[in-house]
Design a protein around this ligand. Structure first.
Ligand code: MEV
Length: 452
């Protein structure tokens, strides 16, 4: 690992996984300039006191906890991020870090996010002529929008507020109904409260206009106007070199030397072609697509949870968007460029906030945001989309090259080596020997280390 100064500027931290949790915390604290209080809260694990918990939900009797891991190597739009991830599943943090490391070789991730516009829906029932009612609402759109002029001065101060209103007819088994949709730029909030207040304000006037009855007034979690996108390139030679190293390590042998027959390029090409096949499988088969997207959501949820955001909203929006064409598909896409390098992209609605709700009341969520150093909900969405893409690529790449089980065994062996006290290069040596001997255990790790 480099000097402390270097640590503060880059998220590329080789050997980070070999450190103890307190050593890692020290490095992250430096990177994100956490104060002692914040570092102590993280180390304490949990960080949520009973009083705060009791104010968050009803009938509180305790708390549960998830480990927070830090994904390294993320370079997004030229900025380095250490990414806090809260998840119970092993390998996820390591896989995201690895995919980000491989993508870094081609400049990391390029990500973007639309304005944070949420959609609120008003359902009007018992309308005699739905088409006419929709027309009438559209004719009075200006008046309805003016009703919201001063409704949320704080949101307006930060550049947000109502943006548009539309109305459409919905034909259902229970007859036609009118659906009015209000589009609101909610800036850095999730937006549910602000939108619901606005819907309540205009619903009575829409009822007057249409002669119907307003039933549901609620935000939509399919946030198609609040989209995040990310893209990355995994170079053929980078993947080839990595595949050769991993395959060599897993077989317990010296890494295979690039040769004419088994060149870096050939390994890379094979890996890329097989990742593409894995993607096509998902994109055309719903059973596979569900698992494929679950892998993507491993990354997306872990950061969403770490930052105190509503992961059920993000989950339902993501899966709904995956089926928006009428067929449930992959949230990611992959293709090969002329030079044979692999391109990956992701696009999904991401309603995540940096203010409001648990993002501010949960002390650990606040610290997670500080570690990320994001300045807006859009920047947070860009990071989350990049992590989702990295996570999905990592799963496909592992399955298309060495298989997941091999990776899990390596991780397990590596954990045992670290627990036995191995440091730096010793870890790899202990891991390789245990794998070669097909004897992966805490006792063997200790013996090998003692024999060094
Ligand atoms: C496991 O949590 C996620 C994977 O099943 C994703 C995938 O199959 O693509 C490995």
């Amino acid at each position: 690992m480099g000097g402390d100064e270097k640590m503060a500027r880059t998220s590329a931290m080789s050997g980070f996984h070999t450190l103890s949790p307190s050593e890692r915390l020290r490095i992250v604290s430096e990177f994100a300039q956490l104060d002692d209080e914040e570092a102590k809260l993280l180390a304490k694990a949990g960080g949520l006191d009973m009083d705060t918990a009791n104010r968050m939900i009803e009938n509180v009797i305790g708390e549960t906890q998830l480990p927070m891991g830090i994904a390294t190597n993320f370079l997004i739009n030229g900025k380095d991020y250490l990414v806090p991830m809260c998840i119970e599943e092993p390998s996820v943090v390591a896989a995201a870090s690895k995919a980000a490391k491989l993508a870094r070789e081609a400049g990391g991730f390029r990500a973007s996010a639309t304005d944070p516009i949420m959609i609120g829906q008003i359902q009007i029932v018992d309308v005699a002529d739905c088409a006419k009612a929709a027309e009438a609402v559209m004719q009075l759109k200006d008046e309805l929008m003016h009703m919201l002029d001063n409704i949320d001065p704080i949101l307006a101060k930060y550049g947000g507020g109502p943006r548009d209103l539309r109305a459409r007819v919905l034909k259902t088994d229970g007859g036609c109904m009118l659906i009015a949709e209000l589009l609101v730029d909610v800036r850095d909030a999730m937006g549910a409260n602000a939108i619901n207040t606005m819907l309540e304000t205009i619903a009575p006037r829409i009822v007057e206009i249409t002669g119907g009855r307003s039933l549901l007034r609620i935000i939509s979690n399919l946030a198609t106007e609040r989209m995040a996108r990310a893209e990355a390139v995994w170079k053929k030679n980078v993947l080839g070199e990595d595949a050769i190293r991993i395959i060599g390590r897993l077989s317990g042998e010296e890494p295979a030397r690039p040769s004419a027959a088994l060149s870096r390029e050939a390994f890379g090409e094979q890996a890329i072609n097989d990742v593409l096949r894995a993607f096509w499988f998902a994109d055309h088969d719903q059973h596979r697509a569900t698992t494929h997207n679950k892998g993507t959501m491993n990354g997306i949820d872990a950061v969403t949870i770490a930052t105190g955001n509503d992961w059920r909203a993000v989950e339902s929006g993501a899966h709904s968007y995956a089926a928006i064409s009428g067929r449930y598909r992959s949230l990611t896409k992959y293709w090969k460029d002329r030079d044979g390098n692999l391109h990956g992209s992701i696009e999904l609605p991401l309603a995540v906030a940096t203010i409001g709700g648990a993002t501010r009341t949960h002390p650990i969520a606040k610290i997670a945001q500080k570690i990320l150093g994001v300045k807006s909900s859009q920047e947070l969405a860009q990071v989350i989309a990049s992590v989702g893409l990295a996570q999905n690529f990592a799963a496909l790449y592992a399955m298309a090259t060495t298989g997941l089980q091999a990776g899990h065994m390596k991780l397990h062996a590596s954990n045992l080596a670290v627990m036995a006290g191995a440091k730096g290069e010793q870890i790899d040596k202990v891991v390789q020997q245990m794998i070669a001997e097909k004897n992966i255990s805490a006792a063997r790790a200790k013996e090998i280390l003692e024999g060094m």
